[in-house]
Design a protein around this ligand. Structure first.
Ligand code: NAI
Ligand code: MG
Length: 355
């Protein structure tokens, strides 16, 4: 009963950091009681587009839909394929077709990573942002009337369904339940957005009744962004609608350092479809081919994937190995002010895991 993983390296530094992630997973398999079967796919990349004229083959869903997870690098090569074509032809398809309604991003201050927030020590910032990934403010309902006249009007509706809101809240409460602090924070704006956001609040309150041991609170999104910067130690699990979650899931990792280490999960919690795990960064054309990319974002994504697959002990061990290595200046890549290359940093994490 090996975990079946679809591996898609994609473009640019995706092809350099994914092998480091796989090396960690192979080490995990040899150290812990678990096994993986990796299937590599060349689609969802701009190279594939150049050969075939599309980002993915027509039967892509059948080819990866039966896997337990997708381990993804990065997609995009703006020199040859416009970004909206590469992104909409790949990642967005995965999110929609595989109903990955949770976007999960850990926010954790690691040793050795300079945080733009002053006087913060590792251990003080350790929380998750849970973003609703399928509905809310990002609906395509709306339009423009009287175009190109002085009477021009544009509208775009926010769509919240009870099923859609409740399922992401349930995921967030469940996550809080598994954590020590058992604390959930909801992002709202019910003072300004007077229909959908009070509904969101109402569903949070209803859901909270099923989790009596969880302490929960809510903040309006404007002050919440300030608290992320000034009081990041207040948070444990933060749940938000699509738009607010988009903002918070960039702000959180930005408060804890470089884009080169941040991971993300696009998750279908029921496992009816594969979930996708990827670093937050893109294909970094400016450093691609130089083998200096930081592999930590990809390796941390492997830890998120392990957690999703139920391999929690291994997941924790990988995060500890990352912390151990980041604390040592000689293994830091250039984005962290060091001289190590991608493979040296990756190998150090493998050694920390086995050592
Ligand atoms: P980017 O994340 O690729 O790069 C931004 C900056 O961060 C660059 O200076 C890059 O060198 C640096 N950087 C990124 N990852 C790094 C790492 N692991 N180690 C060291 N430095 C790193 O974002 P950019 O330049 O806006 O986009 C480049 C391409 O990637 C575009 O085609 C874009 O559409 C795509 N992209 C894809 C994403 C994905 O696959 N999920 C996410 C973001 C962008
Ligand atoms: Mg974003």
């Amino acid at each position: 009963n090996a975990h079946r993983i679809a591996v898609i390296a994609g473009d640019g530094i995706g092809k350099e950091v994914v092998p480091e992630g796989l090396r960690i997973l192979e080490t995990v398999a040899s150290r812990f009681d678990c096994a993986f079967e990796f299937d590599h796919f060349d689609f969802a990349s701009c190279d594939y587009y150049q050969q075939h004229g599309t980002m993915m083959p027509a039967d892509w869903k059948a080819r990866i839909g039966g896997h337990d997870a997708i381990f993804f690098g990065a997609v995009g090569w703006p020199e040859t394929v416009p970004d909206h074509v590469s992104l909409w032809g790949s990642l967005i398809q995965f999110r929609r077709e595989f109903d990955q309604y949770v976007n999960l991003r850990p926010v954790r201050l690691m040793p050795g990573v300079p945080s733009p927030l002053a006087n913060r020590k590792p251990g003080e910032i350790d929380f998750y942002v849970v973003r609703e990934n399928t509905e809310g403010e990002y609906s395509s309902i709306g339009g423009k009337i009287f175009p190109d006249t002085e009477r021009e009007v544009v509208m775009q509706e926010t769509v919240m369904t009870r099923v859609g809101v409740d399922r992401v809240l349930r995921y967030a409460f469940d996550l809080a339940q598994r954590r020590e602090k058992k604390h959930l924070t909801s992002a709202t704006k019910s003072n300004g957005i007077s229909i959908t956001m009070p509904y969101w609040d109402e569903r949070v309150e209803a859901m909270a009744k099923a989790y009596p041991d969880i302490r929960w609170d809510k903040y309006h999104i404007d002050i919440l962004t300030a608290h992320f910067v000034q009081h990041p130690d207040w948070f444990d699990v933060v749940v938000a609608s699509n738009l607010f979650g988009d903002i918070l899931s960039d702000l959180g990792p930005a408060c804890t350092g470089t884009i080169g280490i941040a991971p993300a999960g696009n998750i279908n919690p029921e496992r009816r479809f594969p979930s996708l795990f990827e670093p937050v960064h893109g294909s970094a054309p400016d450093i691609a081919g130089q083998h200096i990319a930081n592999p930590v974002g990809q390796i941390w994504s492997a830890a998120l994937m392990l957690d999703h697959l139920g391999e929690t002990t291994a997941a924790e061990a990988v995060v500890r190995a990352i912390e151990e290595v980041l604390a040592r200046p000689e293994y830091r890549t250039r984005d962290l002010g060091g001289n190590a290359n991608t493979a040296q940093c990756g190998k150090a994490i493998v050694d920390a895991l086995t050592g």
